[in-house]
Write a protein that binds this ligand. Structure first.
Ligand SMILES: Nc1ncnc2c1ncn2[C@@H]1O[C@H](COP(=O)(O)OP(=O)(O)OP(=O)(O)O)[C@@H](O)[C@H]1O
Length: 122
């Protein structure tokens, strides 16, 4: 059975739930964080492309282990992202915490730059 990470917004009285996705599912989706699946790197750490069971594609953000960010900070970040969910923003599918590993699982966006959308070069 799936567990959910629940957040609530006291101002708007809304609550949002994100599934905890198992580490095993992430390993299988990203082919054990294969270099060939690396999409890029941001402040948070490396981002990998993954294919979940059922075939949907995701972008997995893997928090750098040396970042010093702890579990409390990570959870706060998930709560903040939950509050920012909007139809025009990339969707967060869930998160995963396994010992030192902290992962955020987003919907995969095909690799087109914002310029391409803004200036119609796609
Ligand atoms: N949802 C996604 N779908 C496809 N590729 C993604 C997705 N999210 C991130 N990426 C890829 O991973 C790279 C790093 O993303 P990330 O959001 O971590 O850093 P960033 O865009 O540089 O911003 P920052 O680190 O300042 O938050 C991006 O440049 C992009 O190539």
């Amino acid at each position: 059975m799936r567990e959910y990470f629940s957040t609530s917004d006291e101002l708007e009285g809304k609550s949002t739930e994100f599934p905890f996705i198992s580490y095993k599912e992430i390993l299988s989706a990203t082919n054990f964080f294969a270099d060939s699946n690396l999409l890029g790197r941001g402040d948070f750490g490396k981002v990998y492309k993954g294919t979940m069971e059922g075939g949907y594609e995701v972008a997995v953000k893997r928090l750098s282990q040396g970042s010093g960010q702890g579990i409390v900070e990570f959870k706060n970040e998930v709560v903040l992202i939950a509050k920012l969910q909007h139809k025009n923003l990339v969707r967060l599918h869930g998160c995963c915490i396994q010992e030192d590993e902290k992962l955020l699982i987003y919907e995969y966006l095909p690799n087109k730059s914002l310029d391409a959308f803004l200036f119609g070069t796609f």
